[in-house]
Design a protein around this ligand. Structure first.
Ligand SMILES: Nc1ncnc2c1ncn2[C@@H]1O[C@H](COP(=O)(O)OP(=O)(O)O)[C@@H](O)[C@H]1O
Ligand SMILES: [Mg+2]
Length: 245
């Protein structure tokens, strides 16, 4: 491998260092360390309440860490605000979709571009989302609240993509969806990876997540207890026992 290629591969898009997050008196994250290289799909797996969502919320600055640091593309964003990190290229597709039920599909997508101003580019990107998600195209004038769960998940991902992210944080995209729809959503995630978006994928469905990811971290009660290549984790006895049933 030549030096240039190695540099590209090793470029750390995200470094989370010794991150502590508290909710009142409860310590939700304890000295979390994780890194993501550009172009990787990294998954964070763990039981309900382990701190997966909190990790994503700390990265997108919805919650403020007590201590530790978050470095994005070499820049310390630990004390940034949410709109600033969106501008820098981090998009967060939240747990439970959170689409605006009383707005149309089209308007939800428009809102995803709130940090941008070039109307021509925004319209072109909405068109691009409709190509990626034909189901949304057919329903562009429908209120988001009337979509199925799977369609709402697609809308939530498409809306996140409207900020043109370098790093996409995906929280439980498969939650509550029928297997056929989950398959569709995961194939969309694979397509996104192919376009060069780096992805941090949170899933309770460890089997699915480890199939698609390059590397994984296991989170237990706010601490990272295991990390490695996805191909290793999927065969690890501890992971099998706890998460792969
Ligand atoms: N807004 C909040 N206020 C107080 N405690 C919270 C809040 N959000 C999460 N927690 C607690 O923090 C811990 C981690 O939660 P969370 O990050 O949502 O876990 P996961 O996404 O892995 O299910 C849990 O004990 C949860 O009860
Ligand atoms: Mg969660």
């Amino acid at each position: 491998m030549d030096a240039d290629r190695r540099n590209i591969q090793d470029f750390k898009i995200l470094e989370v260092q010794e991150l502590d997050v508290n909710y009142g008196g409860i310590q939700a994250l304890k000295k979390i360390n994780l890194t993501i290289s550009k172009g990787e799909v990294v998954t964070l797996i763990g039981a309900n309440g382990a701190g997966k969502t909190t990790t994503l919320r700390a990265i997108s600055k919805i919650v403020n860490p007590k201590s530790g640091a978050i470095i994005y593309s070499g820049r310390n964003i630990t004390r940034h605000q949410t709109h600033e990190v969106v501008k820098l290229g981090i998009a967060h597709c939240p747990e439970g979709r959170r689409v605006l039920a009383k707005q149309t599909v089209f308007d939800n997508l428009l809102l995803g571009a709130y940090i941008r101003s070039n109307q021509g580019e925004i319209k072109a990107d909405i068109q691009h989302q409709f190509e990626l998600f034909p189901r949304l195209s057919q329903r562009r004038h429908q209120l988001a609240g009337t979509l199925s769960g799977g369609e709402q998940q697609m809308l939530a991902i498409a809306r996140a993509l409207m900020s043109r992210p370098q790093l996409l944080l995906l929280d439980e995209p498969s939650l509550g969806l029928a297997p056929a729809i989950v398959k569709e959503i995961f194939s969309i995630i694979e397509n996104l990876r192919a376009t060069g978006v780096t992805i941090l994928l949170v899933e309770q469905n460890a089997h699915l997540a480890l199939q698609i990811a390059d590397r994984g971290y296991v989170l237990e009660a706010g601490s990272i207890t295991l990390t490695g290549a996805a191909s290793e984790l999927i065969n690890d006895e501890r992971v099998k026992k706890a998460y792969l049933g």
